[in-house]
Design a protein around this ligand. Sequence first.
Ligand code: ADP
Ligand code: MG
Length: 231
Amino acid sequence: MGKAHIQIRKLTKTYGSGMALVRALDGVDLEIRAGEFTALAGPSGSGKTTLLNLIGCIASPSSGRIFFEGTDLTELTSRQKTEFRNHKIGFIFQDFNLVPVLSAYENVELPLQIKGGLSRGERDVAIREILERMGLGELLHRKPKELSGGQQQRVAIARALVKKPVLLLADEPTANLDSKTARDILELMRELNLALGTTCLFSTHDPMVMDFATRLVRLRDGQIDGGGLGE
Ligand code: ADP
Ligand code: MG
């Protein structure tokens, strides 16, 4: 197991104020080591999405610190946060979030274009390789609406992983899939976790998904309810 590459300290996120104040996260301490395959479990409203969005620099905390490979993400400028997201993080969402007018191939190409640095030919090799690996080699030119839910989520995984992020954040990635497809998707994530060493953190409230993880962190009412600092 690698060194701790995410260290979260006293992380708090509130929404609203006065009587309407919501403590979405309330003093979270959590460490994630490089290469871990961790489920973030908790009922709806427990703060899972908020925590993933803070780690992915999609939102900013009210207080507390998030260190990633030693860098305090909460101190980055918005430009540095964008850079961090583009280079280090892959994100997978519950509802796939593919761009409807783009083909599978074009959806996977997007993050490479945003990140920059590769020629068209190099991008082509990377896109075909990852889509092949997802079992989508024959479906490159299909639009999202011409794909099943499981196939769409495979495209989303390919899109998240094509730039070889060190961290994959997945917010209830199997919630909209039947249990067989959900299992296939988890197996695929685990395979990539092992093959590429990508650290994976995925939220869920499904016991089957929790069983699949090699580490379980529980959230409850915005607080860690077990597993935050390892066993
Ligand atoms: P989960 O993903 O576990 O369902 P969330 O992180 O979405 O939980 O939400 C945690 C709490 O924060 C909930 O009480 C939710 O209603 C609240 N919350 C989340 N986002 C917002 C927002 N943008 N404005 C106000 N309250 C929010
Ligand atoms: Mg959520």
